[in-house]
Design a protein around this ligand. Sequence first.
Ligand code: SF4
Length: 244
Amino acid sequence: MDRKTLVYFQKGFNFSQDGPGNRLVYHLYGCNLRCPWCSNPECFAKDAKTQTQSVEEIADEILRSRPMFFSGGGVTFTGGEPTLQFDALRELLQILKKEGVHTALENNGTHPRLPELFPFLDYLITDLKHPFSEEHRRITGAGNETILSNLRAAAETRQLALRIPLIHGYNTSPACVAGFVSFLSSLPRRPDFTLELLRYHEYGRVKWERHGMPYRVSGGFVSPEEFSAIRGAFLGAGIPLINT
Ligand code: SF4
């Protein structure tokens, strides 16, 4: 019988960072984008240390961890880009859903079959890095058409936690912010929809250097004044923001 496996580069518990409550978080290996500010570059580093386990082994590990899922916790799959291991991930999510485990997925929105996972997910976290496809492609290596259509499908049907990372020099110009606001204004928003603006940080720099890869972002920090103006543009358009 075909035993599906998942490859990950990190796993561990955290509280309320990648979904509600105390969560067991798996960072799956591989990513189809190359965001210059990525804080987990080991997900595409060739010398990353990875582990491979079968879907059954991981399901068993998660089910045995249930006593740790307090305060509404559960399991989160992040990356890298977890949907690159789509078939194994879907099989695992199906098992977990059947067992009543709270499931969350943090992803970049690029997988064309992402909506197939919705029935098995309690919480979907997705980034939107740039509102304009050509710029998105120039910066990350891929356009954003599929991301926008997946976000629309998600916003219509399920709890969506949307995050916009703000990096000065990449996506904070007035035209860019207007593009974000225009797209967000066109989305159906359920009461449980959340949007968070994430200011640039440099947590990833040391990891890029450790893996022998050049870190190319310079001057990416968003000043308090710029951040306040961007927040004002969203709030002025009636788009609520959260802080975590
Ligand atoms: S999509 Fe996420 S994991 Fe992939 S390169 Fe961008 S920030 Fe890193």
